[in-house]
Design a binder for this molecule. Structure first.
Ligand SMILES: [Zn+2]
Length: 523
């Protein structure tokens, strides 16, 4: 067989077997009836022809087989994730995957994933590996390649022009649909990811807030614990009116609940650096984030604040590169580990740390494992299993909506417990420090509404569940502040609120974004 034939067979295989998610979404927008039938057929043809064009472009005696095999293997996995979790593979998702460590990946592992890998990846790859390709002379091969490219290009143009009205609306108004094409969209996303990160050249870090200073140091030192939560959505907090009691311990504390806070992104890798950055949501990009100092750096520039980042999530996503960082995902650092290391382990030894800082102000950031999905049932110990039955598999689509919610809500109970432990730790410093705790989740989570699971959808198409986050603030005795808690806030406020809490004066501080200064409250 010649390589053109192999490419056509592979493109056909991709179109029919690897694009379930794409056609599922297309049929959601264009139900299979009337003229839509012709549109959907023309879309399949377009996808098929485009793949032939793309694969032919990359083909040669030495590249055709390896490229097709790599595409099949990766696409079998992207198919699985798109079908099982309704996620899309964009450049943010690729960054997430690269920054995710092995333990998190194991959480996603399932038998069904292996079946996808075998049926859509390995078996067709074996066929491609075994098939004997005949190559003619360079000249004949070259002209055959040109001919295939031209023919497929002409066919693409004919399809686009015969239904130009349909395609205008398809590409303009239903932009997200093409995010589900396989393998074309993940290939595009890898290119997008590379151009956004690697190609950006050597990153030079831009210092900000070098003028930062603290003037009124007559008060007791400040002790602030910032808890970066994981995947808690606002509407599952009983503090926000959720029908189940998911904040039984927090509600007993004198907390300020913030019911209207939105996240910067829909993934950890996007939100965490964004919330600590000087940029607001519209202005933030990965490149800007890593090439500009964040609020921890500005606090550090005052020379008066001790900073510590403890992490039980994946890592600080680049936020804590220049401040002391401690990994609490493993023992022996974390002393409270059973099937996994628990968030409360991050509190062990903090007293010792605080006592060592003498009279300095202190900011401790605790990055939680929180409600990291899909294995919510692993995120808490037995005593928090209040809501049953719980979904015990990472294949969420196999579980009932109720059992997913149960496992998720149990994990929220663990966070409620963790935050109340943080508050009780801070209470012990009432007399010596001005204490406060800020809790904000990094993003929300979809729990099966409209077939969506987990998080990570592009912001403009993400449901409220993924962007409307749990957030709570607590102040110790002698440090009470008031706030219009029903106002809409976002991760944009964190940078300036942290500076405000430490009374930092700097040109980069914006009073109007400080949640507590803006309301004219006294210190
Ligand atoms: Zn996250």
């Amino acid at each position: 067989m010649n390589q053109t034939k192999l490419i056509i067979i592979t493109a056909l295989f991709f179109t029919i077997f690897s694009n379930y998610s794409f056609f599922d979404n297309v049929l959601g927008v264009y139900p299979f009836e009337g003229i839509n039938i012709i549109y959907v057929i023309s879309l399949s043809l377009l996808l098929f022809t485009f793949m032939i064009f793309l694969f032919t472009l990359l083909s040669s005696r030495y590249t055709t087989k390896p490229i097709l095999i790599i595409m099949l293997i990766i696409s079998s996995l992207t198919s699985y994730f798109m079908n099982a979790y309704h996620v899309i593979i964009d450049s943010d998702m690729i960054r997430n995957a690269i920054q995710t460590d092995l333990m998190e990946s194991l959480d996603l592992f399932s038998l069904k994933m292996v079946v996808y890998l075998l049926v859509l990846g390995v078996i067709p790859s074996i066929y491609i590996y075994k098939v004997e390709l005949k190559f003619d002379s360079l000249k004949i091969e070259f002209f055959r390649k040109i001919k295939t490219l031209l023919l497929s290009l002409i066919l693409i143009i004919i399809i686009l022009f015969s239904f130009s009205k349909f395609y205008t609306s398809f590409f303009r108004e239903h932009k997200p649909l093409r995010y589900y094409t396989n393998p074309t969209y993940w290939i595009y996303s890898i290119g997008d990811y590379i151009s956004k990160t690697l190609k950006s050249g050597k990153i030079e870090l831009k210092a900000i807030g070098l003028d930062a200073k603290i003037t009124n140091s007559t008060e007791e030192p400040k002790l602030v614990i910032m808890v970066v939560g994981e995947a808690t959505r606002a509407d599952h907090f009983s503090l926000n009116g959720y029908k189940r009691e998911t904040n039984p311990l927090l509600k007993k504390e004198n907390i300020i609940n913030l019911p209207n806070v939105s996240s910067c992104g829909t993934s950890t890798a996007h939100s965490v650096p964004c919330m600590f950055s000087i940029f607001d949501r519209d202005d933030y990009s990965y490149k800007k984030g890593i090439s500009t100092e964040n609020v921890l750096d500005v606090l550090y520039h005052t020379n008066k604040i001790s900073l510590l980042w403890r992490d039980n999530n994946s890592d600080s996503k680049g936020v804590a590169l220049r401040v002391p960082f401690e990994d609490y995902k493993r023992s022996p650092n974390n002393t409270i580990c059973d099937e996994e290391c628990r968030d409360e382990g991050m509190l062990v030894g903090l007293d010792k740390y605080i006592s060592k800082q003498k009279n300095k102000d202190i900011l401790i950031v605790l990055h939680q494992m929180g409600n990291h999905g899909p294995a919510y049932n692993k995120r808490y110990t037995k005593i928090f299993q209040k809501f049953t039955p719980v979904c015990k598999t990472n294949q969420l689509e196999m579980c009932s909506q109720k059992s997913i919610n149960n496992a998720y809500d149990n994990a929220l109970l663990y966070t409620d417990y963790f935050l109340s432990k943080v508050i009780n730790l801070l209470k012990r410093y009432d007399k010596t420090h001005k204490t406060s705790m800020i809790y904000m989740s990094d993003h929300g989570e979809s729990l099966g509404e409209h077939g969506l699971y987990l998080h990570g959808l592009p912001y403009f198409m993400a449901p409220d569940a993924q962007t409307h986050i749990g957030a709570v603030i607590w102040f110790g005795k002698g440090n009470q502040k008031t706030i219009d808690s029903t106002k809409e806030y976002s991760h944009d406020n964190l940078f300036h609120t942290l500076l405000g809490l430490f009374n930092v004066e700097t040109k980069v501080y914006k009073k109007e974004l400080d949640m507590f200064k803006e309301n004219g409250t006294i210190h």
